[in-house]
Design a protein around this ligand. Structure first.
Ligand SMILES: O=C(O)[C@H](O)COP(=O)(O)O
Length: 332
């Protein structure tokens, strides 16, 4: 890994204007890619593993009824928005500790990041929210959604027991219409970091070597001691995405996912068809939302803002622009 790391060059890409298309661009806003032209043997090995495991981001085209919220004609429009947000800074991000599945809340900075994330997506329709079972992702989802111009109330769906489900029912159709279900799923949790959980990242690198720790943190198929590799994390996160979330998009629902650096890396790897070599260089910042459009069975990246507002950073589709106009109309 040392050879790879030393030859990496950081590429940062500025967000594009609203009219630009991101369809074939894997680099945007919070997603940083690093050149991997010269690879070490272990990276080549990863590439081979990926080739046999590579997943297509195209699923069978389906009939896609549009949500009434989208403000578009269901016959003409067949697209749904997918927003991905990594949680804001957590107390252990701040302390530079390996966190994984330890359930740590946001810092005040993380709270602000979640609020800013919400402002960036305040004009994009959301019908259903998925988060991990960890509080940092749930706080981020809630804080972000509270910034939305549509002012719907995000409500956690409790299905841990029959009673929890029954006791959290809402008995007004009108109130339900003004709510957004928030579905929590352990499958979207951060990759389990095994015996690194709670250790300081810098001290671990000093102890085991920078290359070893980079391999544990970023390689596709090398797990940290007694933890999950990205590949293992993808097995649950991408399966959940395919089984539970894609059907929502197919039915025209606009979806937001608030999750974690590595569970989202595995989902982005799937959406953008990254190889196991390319995913090594994929880094997600805390609290920066990415937007994809699901259309005719394909996922198209539409941008990721680096600025403080959503204006001019997402490549709006026609129906997203219509939805935004509708919100403008509601304000008047
Ligand atoms: O779990 C953690 O420690 C972080 O959320 C992600 O860690 P990473 O940057 O090592 O992937």
């Amino acid at each position: 890994m040392a050879a790879c790391t030393s030859q990496h060059a950081l590429i940062s890409v500025k967000p594009r204007c609203a009219s630009a298309s991101f369809s074939s661009d894997r680099r945007a806003g919070n997603v940083r890619f690093v050149s991997t032209t010269s690879c070490c043997p272990s990276s080549r090995k990863l590439g081979l593993v990926c080739a046999s495991n590579s997943q297509s981001s195209v699923i069978e085209p389906a009939k896609l009824p549009s949500s009434p919220e989208s403000g578009s004609n269901p016959k003409k429009s067949s697209e749904a928005a997918l927003i991905l947000i990594r949680h804001g800074e957590s107390l252990w991000n701040e302390k530079n500790l390996f966190t994984g599945c330890v359930d740590v809340p946001l810092t005040p900075k993380g709270v602000n990041e979640a609020i800013e994330a919400g402002k960036r997506i305040c004009n994009i329709p959301v019908d259903v929210i998925y988060t991990s079972s960890l509080i940092r992702a749930q706080m981020t989802a809630m804080l972000a959604m509270m910034q939305h111009r549509r002012k719907k109330v995000p409500i956690i769906v409790h299905k841990e027991s029959e009673r929890a489900h029954q006791w959290s029912q809402v008995y007004s159709e009108e109130t339900k219409k003004q709510s957004i279900p928030v579905i929590t799923a352990w499958q979207l949790n951060e990759r389990m970091y095994g015996e690194l959980q709670g250790l300081n990242k810098q001290e671990t690198a000093d102890l085991f070597g920078k290359e070893q720790v980079h391999e544990w943190r970023r390689s596709y198929d090398i797990p940290p001691p007694n933890g999950e590799s990205l590949e293992m994390c993808a097995e649950r996160a991408v399966s959940y995405f395919k089984e539970q979330i894609i059907p929502q998009l197919v039915s025209g629902k606009h979806v937001m996912i608030a999750a974690h650096g590595n569970s989202l890396r595995s989902i982005i790897m799937h959406l953008d068809k990254l190889t196991s070599q390319e995913v090594i260089s994929l880094e997600l910042s805390t609290g920066i939302p990415m937007l994809y459009i699901f259309k005719e069975g394909k996922f198209i990246r539409r941008g990721s803002p680096a600025g403080p507002s959503e204006a001019g950073v997402y490549a709006y589709t026609k129906s997203l622009a219509k939805y935004r106009q509708k919100l403008d109309g509601m304000d008047q």
